[in-house]
Design a protein around this ligand. Structure first.
Ligand SMILES: Cc1ncc(COP(=O)(O)O)c(C=O)c1O
Length: 408
C-alpha cells in the first residue's frame, strides 16, 4: 500500500546491517512513551522527528485542537483569516529579535524554506543561493535544490532543479571554519547570490554544532554582499537546541527564520518570519497574493501551535533542554561515546551505517526508539520530548553501552 521506496529502504538497511529491519506500527503514545500495535512499549527518543516537543498526546494541545475543530475547522487562508491565525502570527513575530516582524505560515518545513527563498529573490532581485554540505531543508523543489545531505535526494530530479545553488562546506570544527567561510565568500563575490541558507546546527546531518564564530561571520558576509541570511530553525528552533532560536542565541539576527516541526505539537504548521523591511517586498506584486495554499493558516494547527508555545513558555522548556541536554551529552561522553549536539538534539557517532542500524535495532528490541542520521548514516540521532524525565536519559546511556558492545 505504501510507496515502494519504503520497502526498498528496508531491504537496503537489512543488507547494510545484516539485521532484521522490519517496521513496527505505532498505536498510541503518552508523553515520552510509545506503544506499538502488538502492545510493546518504547521510550521514544525520536519524538516524531523532533516535532513532538511536548511528547505524545499532550492534553493541552488535544483540548485546543478539539475545541478549534468544533468551532471552525477551516477559514479562507489569505482572503479571510481566523483570529487564531492572526494571534499565532503575532506570537511568532514576537520571537523575532526586532519589532514589527512579519510572518508567512505554511504546513511543512519545506513550505517555510520555500517562502524564505522566494522572499530573498523578491527582496534582493538575486536568484543565487548558498547552501551547505550535510544540510537538509525539506524535499519540495525549492528546498530540494539546496539539499546538501546526500546527492541521492537531488540526482533523479537534477534536470528540474536549476543551477542557482552553490554548495559550500559546513564547518564541523574550528579548523574547518576558515575554509568554509572562504568558500561562502567566493560564492558571494559572484554577485548573484541573494540568500545564504543555513541550519544553525545540522539536524539530519548528524547534530553537528559549528564553531561559535560561524553564524556571526556569515552575517557579516551577507551584509557585505547584499544577501539575506536565512536561518533554517525548523529543527533547532523552539527549544530543541536549548534556546528559542539558536541563531539569536549565537549572537546573530537572521533576516529570515524558518520554523516548523515543534511548532504544531504534532500537527502540520510552519512559519517564515522576518523583518518588515524585507517582507515588504511581497507587497509590490500587483495586488495578487502570489504565495498561498488552501490550508495555509489552518486554524486547527494554529490552535495546536498556540497551545505548544504556551507550554514551552510556561514550563521554560528551551532552558530546560539546554540544561538536561548538556548533562546528557556529558554523560554519553563520560561513558566513552563520541557524542555531539546542543540542547536535546544529540548525535552519537558510531563506526559506520551498519553499526548504527544494528545498534538502533538492538535498542528497539529493548524498548528504546532511536533514529540513524548523518551524511554517512553513522549517527544515532536522539530528539526526545523536551520535558522527558532526565532519569530516562541516564538509563539510556547505560543501555547504549550494552547495545554497542553486545559481546561484552
Ligand atoms: C532543518 C530542517 N529544515 C527543513 C525540514 C523539512 O521539514 P518538513 O519535513 O516538515 O518539510 C527539516 C526536516 O527534517 C529539517 O530538519
Amino acid at each position: 500500500m505504501e510507496s515502494p521506496a519504503f520497502e526498498a529502504r528496508r531491504q537496503a538497511r537489512e543488507a547494510t546491517s545484516q539485521a532484521d529491519q522490519s517496521a513496527i506500527a505505532y498505536e498510541h503514545g503518552v508523553g515520552a512513551n510509545l506503544y506499538d500495535a502488538d502492545g510493546n512499549r518504547y521510550v521514544d527518543l525520536v519524538a516524531g522527528f523532533g516535532a513532538l516537543a511536548l511528547g505524545h498526546a499532550n492534553a493541552a494541545i488535544s483540548r485546543a485542537v478539539a475545541s478549534q475543530m468544533e468551532r471552525l475547522p477551516l477559514a479562507l487562508g489569505d482572503v479571510y483569516a481566523t483570529q487564531i491565525k492572526l494571534d499565532l502570527c503575532e506570537r511568532i513575530a514576537a520571537l523575532y529579535p526586532e519589532p514589527d516582524a512579519r510572518v508567512m505560515l505554511g504546513l511543512s518545513g519545506a513550505d517555510a524554506v520555500t517562502a524564505a527563498l522566494k522572499t530573498a529573490v523578491l527582496a534582493t532581485g538575486k536568484a543565487g543561493v548558498v547552501a551547505f554540505s550535510g544540510s537538509y531543508h525539506g524535499l519540495s523543489y525549492a528546498p530540494l535544490a539546496a539539499c546538501g545531505l546526500a546527492e541521492a535526494f537531488r540526482a533523479p530530479f537534477a534536470a528540474q532543479l536549476g543551477e542557482h545553488v552553490r554548495f559550500t562546506p559546513y564547518p564541523a570544527g574550528d579548523s574547518a571554519l576558515g575554509g568554509s567561510l572562504d568558500s561562502v565568500r567566493g560564492a558571494l563575490e559572484g554577485g548573484d547570490v541573494g540568500a545564504v541558507l543555513v541550519e544553525p546546527v545540522l539536524g539530519r546531518g548528524g547534530c553537528v554544532v559549528p564553531p561559535a564564530g560561524f553564524l556571526p561571520a556569515l552575517r557579516a558576509l551577507c551584509d557585505r554582499h547584499g544577501a539575506l541570511l536565512i536561518a533554517d530553525e525548523i529543527w533547532t528552533g523552539l527549544g530543541r537546541s536549548g534556546a528559542w532560536l539558536a541563531s539569536v542565541a549565537s549572537g546573530v539576527r537572521p533576516d529570515l527564520v524558518c520554523l516548523g516541526k515543534a511548532l504544531g505539537g504534532g500537527l502540520p504548521v510552519s512559519a517564515c518570519v522576518g523583518s518588515n523591511a524585507i517582507m515588504r517586498a511581497w507587497g509590490k506584486h500587483g495586488g495578487t497574493a502570489i504565495h498561498t495554499a488552501t490550508h495555509f493558516g489552518w486554524p486547527v494547527a494554529c490552535a495546536a501551535a498556540m497551545a505548544t508555545l504556551d507550554a514551552l513558555e510556561r514550563e521554560q522548556l528551551p532552558a530546560r533542554a539546554a540544561e538536561v541536554g548538556s548533562r546528557f551529552i556529558a554523560a554519553l561522553r563520560e561513558a566513552g561515546f563520541d557524542a555531539q549536539g546542543q540542547g536535546l538534539m544529540v548525535g552519537v557517532v558510531l563506526a559506520d551505517a551498519s553499526a548504527a542500524l544494528s545498534v538502533s535495532r538492538r535498542l528497539l528490541g529493548e524498548g528504546w526508539l532511536v533514529l540513524t542520521g548523518g551524511s554517512q548514516g553513522n549517527v544515532l540521532t536522539l530528539t526526545p520530548p523536551l520535558d522527558i524525565d532526565a532519569a530516562l536519559l541516564d538509563a539510556f546511556t547505560q543501555r547504549l553501552a550494552a547495545a554497542v558492545h553486545p559481546e561484552r
